[in-house]
Structure formats: C-alpha cells, structure tokens
Design a protein. Structure first.
Length: 103
C-alpha cells in the first residue's frame, strides 16, 4: 500500500501526514510495530471526525464517501496482516511440535 491509496482529492494536510506514516507501516509490515499502527489509525479517525465537523453539510457526504473507500482499503490490508500473523503462528506451532517429536 502506498500513500496515494489513502489520499483523495479532499484529504486535508493533517490526514495526508498520518496517511504517509500508515503507508510506511504497511510497507514494512514484516517488522511493523502493530501498537504504533493502531495508534496511527486512532489518530486518523480523530482527524477525520474533526475535519467532518468543519465541513459544510453538502461537502460532508462527498468526503465521507471518499473516506469510506479508503477505510475499506485499510480494512483489507489489516485483514491481510491478520491472516499473515495467523499463518506465522500456525507454522511456528507446527515446527515446535515437530521438534518435540524428535527429542
């Protein structure tokens, strides 16, 4: 995932900065600090809510729809990371069991 996947035409500057950090976390997911990723996502949510409060009613819907698309992409990436983590744990448990058999 790159930064452009998270930005759209109405992305405010503060959100662009957070999106850049999130994209960097996803790019280095093999060594990611998931607590840092979670903190960034919480900050992202706060910035979006604050920005929505500043928008005129006619612009809120458009911004929300654009952010919904981005949120769905983030959800897919998080699901992918979860599946990778499950696979890693499964491999570890199987390897550990194999080692115990040969002791």
């Amino acid at each position: 995932m790159n930064k452009n996947d998270l930005d759209h035409s109405q992305t405010p500057i503060a959100l662009r900065e957070i999106n850049e950090q999130i994209a960097a976390q996803f790019e280095s997911s093999s060594e990611s600090d998931f607590s840092e990723l979670k903190a960034l996502l919480v900050r992202r949510d706060s910035v979006i809510k604050e920005h929505l409060e500043t928008l005129a009613p006619e612009n809120k819907q458009e911004f929300a729809n654009l952010e919904l698309d981005v949120n769905n992409r983030l959800k897919e990436m998080a699901q992918s990371l979860l599946e990778e983590a499950k696979d890693d744990i499964t491999r570890f448990v199987r390897s550990r069991s194999a080692v115990k058999k040969y002791k």
